[in-house]
Design a protein around this ligand. Structure first.
Ligand code: SF4
Length: 459
């Protein structure tokens, strides 16, 4: 196998990352921009960067992802890309007719020092942005951070550049989505509706990256948060940020600009995090939790208790994006499993702080994030203390095969399966689906490897 030479002995590394547990900032910025209705993401850099970002999103969502590029060549790389971006803005509005262009930078344009704020202002001053259209921007240098940082930067840019404060508060709550699937965003809207709370969810990629087949190609599908909704977020009574790394920076920016108080909760993955989300939203809106949500919760608890014997004590290794694996780790503990090896390539001290809190019951657990918290290290940890299950994105399949361990695909990117963009992992019903997939991974292995005399019909 490809990874058969991974050594068991862990040697401290500083300047070397092997098989990073992350990808590049602009991918996150592009994904966030697709959650605005009528928006065309624009990559300010070379064509190669844009192709990579588009193809990664296309492979994960199995939907064509549209984006434009400043098409840097040698000249722009040396003298800066202002002329390219100004020409691009003019061309895009006349040919592709978006309502919004969301520009993000790349390693190259950041290194040369292009100032997106200055260039977009010049585009406006030069009359290159038609009336009623918008160009927003976010700085996303990929030599720092990760795709999650890029997502957070673009969502912050959306909040900063659209929010307006009229002085009159609206009876609505902003829900700032951390990086989650379109199906998860749909589930957030469903739960809010059941609670009877009026929300503005942003960004919102449902009906954009999971749009139905209608027989007609829509360049700008019907989904996405509208400009009107985004302008109104400055008048909302409060914001709920789902994830301290991917969503909270936008909530802080909005509070600073328009005085909208906010609360940050974990992404509602698993029982405990969903409880906190539901309680925070119902408290902020002053509503009671309806019976249908309580019943959903009850069904999850019922299956958790019925199947507890299959989960108890099982060791798990997981990797991925911090706002997703923090509540997932908590859910595994709620299932009485033992998450013992955890890495996230996204840097930030909040991850370590939250993991320390969550994992205090398992002092022997290894967890690390940022530089060198890579899949190579995770694999080495697994060689030293084997696990019963590996959870992570598609890249984990090599380790899973090498170590002959069941593998649950979770996170971004998933390039070799479908379902992630159609079935939620959040809320009580999403958590139930997650539980089912974990359970099936164990039972499939048991069926595959059981001795003939122990091969059971009823499990
Ligand atoms: S890491 Fe930098 S150079 Fe590479 S694709 Fe991303 S933005 Fe482009």
């Amino acid at each position: 196998m490809l990874l058969r030479h991974t050594p068991k002995e862990v040697i401290a590394r500083e300047g070397l990352t092997i098989n990073p547990a992350k990808t590049c900032q602009p991918i996150g910025a592009m994904y966030a921009a697709l959650g605005i209705h009528g928006c065309l993401p624009h990559s300010h850099g070379s064509q190669g960067c844009c192709s990579y970002h588009r193809s990664t999103l296309t492979r994960h969502y199995k939907e064509p992802v549209m984006a434009a590029t400043s098409s840097f060549t040698e000249g722009a790389s040396v003298f800066g890309g202002q002329a390219n971006l100004l020409a691009a803005i003019e061309t895009i509005f006349s040919v592709y007719e978006p309502d919004i262009i969301a520009v993000h930078s790349t390693c190259l344009s950041e290194t040369i020092g292009d100032d997106l704020q200055q260039i977009t202002k010049k585009a406006k001053d030069d009359g290159k942005i038609p009336e009623g259209k918008y160009v927003i921007y976010a700085s996303t240098p990929s030599f720092v951070g990760s795709h999650v940082t890029g997502y957070a930067n673009m969502v912050t840019g959306i909040a900063e550049q659209f929010a307006q404060s009229t002085g009159e508060k609206k009876e609505q709550i902003n829900i700032i989505a951390g990086w989650m699937e379109p199906s998860d965003m749909r589930e957030i809207k469903k739960l809010s509706k059941e609670l009877g709370v009026k929300i503005v969810l942003f960004p919102d990629t449902s009906d954009v990256l999971d749009a139905p087949q209608t027989g007609k190609h829509e360049f700008y599908p019907k989904g996405g948060t509208t400009v009107e909704e985004l302008k109104s977020i400055g008048d909302s009574s409060s914001s709920l940020a789902l994830g301290c790394i991917s969503a909270e920076p936008a909530a802080i920016a909005l509070d600073k600009k328009c005085k909208v108080p906010f609360e940050t909760v974990d992404m509602p993955i698993g029982l405990s995090a969903t409880d906190r989300f539901i309680m925070s939203l119902s408290k902020a809106a002053g509503v009671e939790v309806p019976d249908e949500i309580t019943a959903e919760r009850g069904r999850l608890i019922d299956v958790m208790t019925d199947m507890e014997q299959y989960f108890y004590g099982k060791k798990v290794a997981l990797f991925g994006d911090p706002d997703q694996i923090i509540p997932l780790t908590e859910f595994l503990l709620d299932l009485n499993m033992k998450p013992i090896h955890i890495v996230s390539g996204t840097p930030g001290q909040r991850f370590e702080k939250r993991m320390k809190e969550i994992l205090r019951r398992i002092p022997e657990a290894n967890f690390k994030n940022g530089l060198n918290a890579d899949m190579f290290l995770l694999h080495q940890w697994m060689k030293n203390e084997p696990v019963d299950l590996l959870i992570g994105n598609t890249y984990g399949k090599y380790i899973a095969r090498d170590e002959n361990v069941p593998f649950l695909r979770f996170g971004f990117p998933i390039l070799d399966r479908i379902g992630h963009s159609y079935f939620p992992n959040i809320g009580y019903s999403g958590s139930l689906r997650l539980l089912e997939k974990i359970l099936n991974a164990f039972m499939d292995r048991q069926d595959r490897e059981a001795l003939e005399e122990k091969f059971e019909l009823v499990m």
